[in-house]
Design a binder for this molecule. Structure first.
Ligand SMILES: Nc1ncnc2c1ncn2[C@@H]1O[C@H](COP(=O)(O)OP(=O)(O)OP(=O)(O)O)[C@@H](O)[C@H]1O
Length: 368
């Protein structure tokens, strides 16, 4: 699966831009502020209906416009698909696949599964647990069809339970209903995450070895914590913690508190790794997900968006990363300020196109 045509209207400085990318490697070159990241943002919008730089829509819509639009044509199993995302300044918009309105972005995500690596991606390791849960859930969502429904039911029950906890006298029979609903979905979510994690961890370790992180023989280990005490059934824990939960006004444990941790020897990996090593570790996590997804759905495959691939990486590690991206046989968009930064980093037979961005205009360059 790959995008064969992209058209962007009124997104940041991309007033009207289009390109016909390579099904494999696409190198997007341009000076600071030319519009490279905005192009990646447009592709991300097409796959998720969201920006990765702003939770608000106003900053991404071109100044003076009231909406931005991204169209994409993609080939999946030889069949063409047309995707369209329009976002308006008031928070609304339209999502379409083959001309048909989509009620949720989930169908975009299954049609165009995007993986993102930016210079800020180290925050996956250094920040709070939410992005790590989202990371693992991206993987589970793409391989377990029941996950999304289960997660939505859990979220809805959690909202109801928290509402009950916050507002006045608790009706025990109602609480029982929400506890049962939460527990049923929590166990299922946890099972799906656990089995996904058991497949993911060895692939991450393999990639970390290939990335030559320089751990000097120390063992890198990944662990998943489910978000509640593993020794007690979740339903019993919910019953036991009612008083504490109502004092705080929310449910303190559950799969919404799950986390992923990476350790080197006994230490949290973040405390031991340089910024460049952290970037490589994040790349290993994302590439591992893409590998599992490719093995699960070879016809779909991920689209990788790598903003400023060279940032923080020396030539040797850039080369290893480029080779691993090519080995995935998926479509890749990488941005770079100067062309010579990635010269020699790609395998010589890698299929690739280069584009130059200037003041929001995108032009294809002659084949490298
Ligand atoms: N809402 C907007 N309307 C118009 N222009 C915008 C808007 N938001 C940002 N811009 C401009 O769009 C341009 C493109 O920004 P972008 O982040 O894509 O650049 P870039 O090529 O990735 O740069 P760098 O290499 O510095 O990261 C910038 O000049 C920015 O000032």
């Amino acid at each position: 699966m790959s995008l064969s045509r992209i058209r962007v209207l009124q997104l940041r400085n991309l007033a009207e831009a289009q390109l016909e990318p390579s099904p494999r490697i696409n190198i997007i070159l341009g000076e600071n502020g030319s519009g490279k990241t905005s192009l990646l943002e447009a592709i991300h919008l097409l796959g998720t209906a969201r920006s990765f730089r702003s939770t608000k829509l106003k900053p991404i819509i071109q100044t003076g416009s009231t909406d931005c639009v991204v169209f994409g044509e993609l080939l999946s199993q030889g069949m063409p698909h047309r995707l369209g995302v329009k976002r308006t300044i008031d928070g609304g918009g339209e999502l379409k696949i083959n001309g048909i309105h989509q009620r949720s972005a989930a169908t975009l995500a299954t049609t165009l599964p995007v993986q993102l690596i930016t210079p800020d991606s180290f925050t996956l390791l250094t920040g709070g647990s939410k992005p790590r849960r989202q990371f693992i859930d991206w993987g589970v969502f793409h391989v377990e069809h029941q996950f999304l429904g289960c997660w939505r039911q859990y979220q809805s029950a959690l909202k109801q339970r928290n509402h009950l906890l916050r507002h006045g006298k608790i009706d025990p029979s109602q609480l029982l209903v929400w506890n049962a609903e939460l527990a049923r979905n929590a166990e299922h979510i946890d099972q799906m995450r656990q089995s996904y994690f058991s497949l993911l961890a060895p692939v991450v370790r393999d990639l970390v070895d290939r990335f030559e992180l320089g751990l000097e023989g120390e063992h890198l280990s990944l662990s998943y914590t489910r978000g509640w005490d593993a020794k007690t059934p979740f339903i019993d824990q919910l019953d036991q913690q009612v008083d504490r939960d109502s004092k705080l006004g929310f449910t303190q444990t559950g799969p919404h508190r799950a986390d992923l941790s990476v350790r080197i020897g006994r230490d949290n990996a973040v405390e031991r790794l340089s910024r460049g090593q952290q970037k490589l570790l994040v790349c290993a996590l994302k590439l591992a997900q893409a590998r599992l997804f490719r093995d699960h759905s070879p016809a779909t495959n991920s689209v990788f968006l790598v903003d400023d691939l060279a940032a923080e990486l020396d030539r040797e590690h850039r080369t290893i990363l480029c080779h691993e991206l090519v080995a995935l046989e998926c479509q890749v968009f990488v941005t770079c300020i100067e062309s010579d930064t990635l010269e020699g980093a790609w395998p010589t037979n890698a299929v690739r196109k280069m584009f130059h961005v200037k003041h929001g205009n995108i032009v294809e360059l002659a084949q490298p």
